[in-house]
Design a binder for this molecule. Sequence first.
Ligand SMILES: CC(C)(COP(=O)(O)OP(=O)(O)OC[C@H]1O[C@@H](n2cnc3c(N)ncnc32)[C@H](O)[C@@H]1OP(=O)(O)O)[C@@H](O)C(=O)NCCC(=O)NCCS
Length: 243
Amino acid sequence: MPAVLRDTGVSGLTCRRNGVHAVRTPRLRVAVARLVDIADVDGLRDEVATYVHGVPTPATATVVEPDGTTRRLTLAEAVPMFLAAGLNPPAWHADLMTFLARDRRTKAPIVHVSLYRDSGGGYQAGGTVGAAHRGQGYGREALTAVCAIAHQHLGIADLSAGCETTNLPSQRWLASCGFTPTTGPTRHTLPDGRVIDAYWWQRSAPAADMCRNRPTTDPPPPHIAHPPADPTAHRHANLPTPR
Ligand SMILES: CC(C)(COP(=O)(O)OP(=O)(O)OC[C@H]1O[C@@H](n2cnc3c(N)ncnc32)[C@H](O)[C@@H]1OP(=O)(O)O)[C@@H](O)C(=O)NCCC(=O)NCCS
């Protein structure tokens, strides 16, 4: 009997039990990033993006020992350890979902887009296009796909996004993906402590919850690529110790 393809709400979107969701756009394969993809996600961030996002470097992982004590490792140290132990979790957590978009032909990483829960419980979107690929429509292609997943698959009706008032590419990017200006705090503190003048954006659409493999709520996010304002809450990868 032929396999029955379930309607995911987004044309071509796969919704797998392990949390890996993927969809093809004309040039990209946009998929939930797994631990093995973290280096590629982080590698998209050049100096500009690091400054814009206010990301403290290097990224770290907090390893929880069986006795409950914790150890802080760099992601470069932690990732091979987890992969060697056969652990390759997807960044598919209710507080943070990270998508990596690769070129469909070459598989090269091009864009990452994250959806993350803010302190008010709403979802924000953010992301980075690799420096060599900016201004070629990739950012719009990837964010549009992730917005469709948020609205039509995950049942998130309202998305928001913040950006620095001086970041014209980001403003144009959000506008080109259907975000419209809204109100929000005019001053915003980035994870590295830099305080910016901020503009806020929103994107609302009819929502449908079609996801059969919803993001986990526990344990804490395995990987955070686009941290929200509170670095202590979200900058770490809290992972069980591999045995
Ligand atoms: C912002 C960013 C994600 C946009 O992605 P992109 O792939 O370069 O954007 P696209 O090519 O898809 O273009 C989308 C829109 O932005 C505009 N745009 C892109 N780069 C621009 C630039 N340097 N100056 C002005 N407008 C620009 C495009 O013209 C297009 O608008 P249009 O539809 O009105 O013509 C990318 O530049 C980036 O990663 N920048 C560094 C990190 C960053 O700022 N992230 C966002 C933080 S909220």
